[in-house]
Write a protein that binds this ligand. Structure first.
Ligand SMILES: Cc1ncc(COP(=O)(O)O)c(C=O)c1O
Length: 362
């Protein structure tokens, strides 16, 4: 099938660019003696995960149980679930995945950990856990250093739990700090908290097998930092307009995801209406002042939402206005939330559609 035949709106992934991004990240971590555990929240796809694993990734991170299930039931056998679970049904589903490989989950307090331990003991098994640290994001996570080490010690003494390591993802420093040197200085502070935790663990006789941190914006700061076993970038695979604006990572990786829309009405000389509305592209960055509108990849056009299934294109001059039936490609402001709106993506090489890949939506 040719790209021009696709029903729209459609999410299209440039497979050549994706493969170059994967190779670049893998070669970089290899050169730093570190591993990469890519975050599947960006791609939600066993097809892409397999490419990352074949290139040498040590595993995958997932943010939802559904992502973890999609990957583990399709041959990916090393997964770290980077969210807390706090309902018995979800914990049962998580524990079921251990039949399919090495599944681990983060914990940041006794409440969640005890729920996991109880469910695992009931099955006569143990849940593998990684202690999540608050390295500055002030969201979830144990306090680094001694508090986290004491919590880890408690885990090692609790039936039904197995301590595997620590996570210190510096999510507050990725796209919000565009200047690379400023981001680096702040990331070094976060990494210092990881070092303090490793030292506190060692003082209690515990050596973490996994020390994982780092996203796309900090990949070349965290990888190779002493003690870090692997980094967990996600967005580098597709990038997006917003990530493309930050120093270093923004130009190190290629933008590989676009959304294709069709012009379905052209009511005035400077207005065209496409089939790309709120249900076809993630625009939530607009609400927090990051600029959330997708960028039309044609000159002289500006996008604004026109409802669930409509998007308005305003042309700066009539000659730029596309006609009914024309196709317009857009660069989303945020790839993760855009992809999450679709049941599948089209993987293309040039204009040829090579694969239709399912997306593990929430
Ligand atoms: C825990 C965790 N690790 C890694 C990532 C990937 O980060 P990025 O998309 O900035 O590469 C995220 C993204 O939100 C995350 O929440």
């Amino acid at each position: 099938m040719n790209i021009d035949e696709l029903p729209t709106p459609a999410v299209v992934i440039d497979l050549d660019a994706v493969e170059r991004n994967i190779r670049k990240m893998q070669d970089f971590v290899n050169s730093r003696g570190c591993g990469v555990r890519p975050h599947a929240k960006s791609h939600k796809s066993p097809f892409i995960a397999k490419k990352q694993m074949d290139a040498g990734a040590v595993g995958q991170c997932c943010q939802t149980l559904i992502e973890a299930e999609a990957l583990m039931l399709n041959g990916i056998d090393h997964v770290l679930l980077t969210t807390n679970l706090a309902s018995t049904g979800a914990i049962e589903r998580f524990l079921n995945l251990s039949r399919n490989g090495d599944i681990k989950i983060i914990v940041d307090g006794r409440e969640n950990a005890e729920m996991l331990a109880k469910a695992a003991r009931h099955r006569g098994s143990s849940a593998d856990v990684v202690v999540d640290l608050d390295v500055g994001g002030a969201k979830t996570g144990q306090q680094p250093g001694e508090p986290a080490a004491k919590f880890a010690k408690w885990i090692t003494e609790t039936d039904g739990l197995r301590f595997r390591g620590i996570q210190g993802y510096e999510g507050h420093l990725q796209i919000s700090t565009p200047d690379f040197e400023e981001r680096k200085a702040k990331a070094m502070e976060a990494l210092g908290k990881i070092t303090a935790t490793i030292d506190a663990l060692r003082a209690l006789g515990i050596t973490p097998e996994i020390v994982t941190c780092g996203g796309t914006g900090t990949y070349n700061i965290s990888a190779g930092y002493p003690g870090v076993t692997d980094i967990q970038p996600g967005s580098y695979i597709y990038m997006d307009r917003r990530y493309g604006e930050i120093g270093s990572a923004g130009t190190d990786f290629e933008k590989s995801m676009t959304v294709i829309a069709t012009v379905i009405s052209a009511p005035t000389p400077t207005r065209a209406v496409t089939d790309l509305g709120w249900k076809g592209v993630g625009i939530e960055y607009e609400a927090i002042g990051f600029g959330g509108m997708p960028t039309p990849l044609l000159p002289g056009l500006k996008y604004s939402p026109g409802g669930d299934e409509h998007g308005i294109l305003t042309a700066s001059e009539p000659r730029y206005r596309p006609n009914v039936g024309d196709r317009v490609r857009f660069l989303p402001a945020h790839c993760d939330t855009t992809l999450n709106l679709y049941g599948f993506f089209y993987g293309v090489r040039g204009d040829r559609v090579e694969v239709v890949g399912p997306v593990a939506r929430r």
